[in-house]
Design a protein around this ligand. Sequence first.
Ligand code: SF4
Length: 435
Amino acid sequence: MHTKRFQPPRVSVVTLGCAKNLVDSEVLLGQLAGNRYRISPDPEQADIVILNTCGFIEAAKVESIQAILEALELKATGRVQKVYVAGCLSERYREELRQELPEVDGFFGTMELPGLLAALGADYKEHLLGERLLSTPSHYAYLKISEGCNHPCSFCAIPLMRGRHRSRPMEEILLEAQRLASRGVRELILIAQDLTYYGLDLYGRRMLAELLRRISDLEHLRWIRLMYAYPAKFPLEVLEVMAERENICKYLDLPVQHLSDEVLRSMRRGITGAELERLIETIRERVPGIALRTTLIVGYPTETEADFERLLEGLSRIRFDRLGVFTYSQEENTAAYPLGDPIPQEEKEARAARVMALQQEISLERNQSLVGSRLRVLIDRLEGRFAVGRTEHDAPEVDNEVYVANPDLQIGHFYWVDIRDAEAYDLFGEAYGPA
Ligand code: SF4
């Protein structure tokens, strides 16, 4: 007699938005794999599609809705049986989405992993805590040290979607870091809505410096990178750890958002332009050679031409190493919402373009000054006749890359590279040897 073998469903998880969402998807995939579900990177080959959405700004919402519609088309043609929507957009607009998209089989927020698993017929397995199915190349991984945010930034909808700040216990983070390192991760990228707040809610004091020391003591981690440090009340002791520890990248992502006092005040950032500049000086003094990345918002409702000029002046003085800029997006239920959205999109984009033109000059000069030097590079991928990697001054996806004229180098390995040429956002060089 033949009995039909149970075939677990094939699940595809589509991730939109930031690295924090990516980590959530990796945790979900880890749980699904632990429940013996088959995982398919391609939604067209799956029985179930889960969309982990983003609701950060207008453009991100549009992209997430587009992805949901594409998955629903697959369902309509019978290729896919079920479509679930999770993540930030779902957390924020669940009722509206439910009404508009009744074909979706279920909506889940950012903190409902057990509920989502139950809807799929899977169990939430406690012992899999920290076991993730990495979707990054195996030599680097993101590590989320906390969730949510307690800051009152007027433009930001993140606290509405991610809730108040919740630090993860240090032991849990260390265990996850150790597991990742033992699985071959060499670069660990610490993320949170705000890294600097770590510990305040759980231990009554800021503990990022101590956490960093303990992660730095773990074996096999060659690069530990910090992303998203809120500037107001920045815990300066973190800089000591950065300066003294070889395996902590001399790199910091410090989103300043603006440099005009009036705009910063309206944004409720708790810091002035002058204080920001002083903080940046201190960081550069205490951690020589550090690369600073920042993000900005242009076209904030109260931003005048004069504010914008102040921003450009400040940027010319500070000369950030890496920079990204967003145009303001008016978000419901944020403190800035009642200010309206008076600056036309065209003008916002023109301002963003001026910021990026300035940054391009700065970045080109900085890169050109590196020609003739020898830098340690971690190879991320092979592309034609090049091995492409990054220095400790560059985070994946968002920062500069180094093109090394040798496709025989190995992904995930470190090499010394002699820099021969530079463009605004890329360096070109030849490998000298393993580093
Ligand atoms: S620090 Fe401000 S901008 Fe960043 S997530 Fe928190 S509220 Fe949003």
